[in-house]
Design a protein around this ligand. Structure first.
Ligand SMILES: Cc1cc2nc3c(=O)[nH]c(=O)nc-3n(C[C@H](O)[C@H](O)[C@H](O)COP(=O)(O)O)c2cc1C
Length: 201
């Protein structure tokens, strides 16, 4: 049985356009891949603690003692073992909400999601072959003059390289807060793209 890990960072919950798009993807995905188990990690209800000094000190203590089976590493093991990963997060301040960064810090554990070989080279240890980010943006950050500012998808793609996940994919509906745009048309197009993507993800 293969597992898709769904990381939900849609802070606005039921009002979130990103979550609507994510649910559309998941429903199409379930139809196309009924054999895959979908496990949701809801970062809004979970409220992981940021790595304040004492949190980091505790983690270092456990890691140095080789206690990688401690429950505080469960999120990292879950990520490392998932067959496919799907993150839904709105575009905030040119990247994504802080709750997702807190999660990424929590799962980035040496010898669980990534590590180093005998020569000191970084090696990815995560099993997933694909990671998909679904996001929605108020402005348009795919234009030649704005794409350099986009730091959310770019960061996740780089992390995939570190974790050893070869295929990073992005589904993005953007320009949704620009009064010149037809929001309904942009979202409808993205919903269709989500269906196409679900078939081959
Ligand atoms: C805290 C916050 C920060 C945002 N920052 C940006 C931004 O930097 N650039 C942008 O284009 N839109 C920004 N937006 C707009 C959102 O990206 C846009 O409305 C998105 O569709 C919201 O997704 P949601 O409906 O899933 O919450 C921001 C919205 C919020 C609430």
């Amino acid at each position: 049985m293969s597992e898709l890990l769904f990381v939900n960072a849609c802070v606005r919950g039921e009002r979130s356009r990103t979550l609507s798009l994510a649910r559309h993807f998941l429903s199409a995905y379930t139809q196309k891949h009924p054999e895959v188990t979908i496990t949701e990690r809801n970062l809004i209800t979970e409220r992981l603690e940021p790595q304040y000094p004492e949190v980091l000190a505790h983690r270092d203590e456990l890691w140095n003692a080789g206690k990688l089976d401690d429950p505080s590493f469960d999120a990292a093991w879950q990520f490392a073992k998932a067959d496919k990963i799907f993150i839904a997060a709105p575009f905030w301040d040119l990247s994504y909400p802080a709750i997702l960064k807190i999660y990424l810090e929590r799962i980035s554990v040496t010898n669980i999601t990534f590590g180093y070989d005998a020569d000191g080279n970084s090696v990815g240890l995560s099993r997933a072959d694909k990671l998909l980010l679904i996001t929605t943006r108020g402005g348009n950050f795919s234009l030649p003059e704005t794409e350099w500012m986009e730091s959310g998808a770019r960061h996740l793609k780089a992390l995939c390289a570190m974790y050893g996940i070869p295929d990073f994919q992005l589904l993005c509906a953007e320009g949704l807060d620009d009064i010149r745009n037809d929001k309904a048309a942009i979202l409808a197009r993205a919903m269709q793209e989500a269906e196409t993507l679900a078939a081959r993800f």
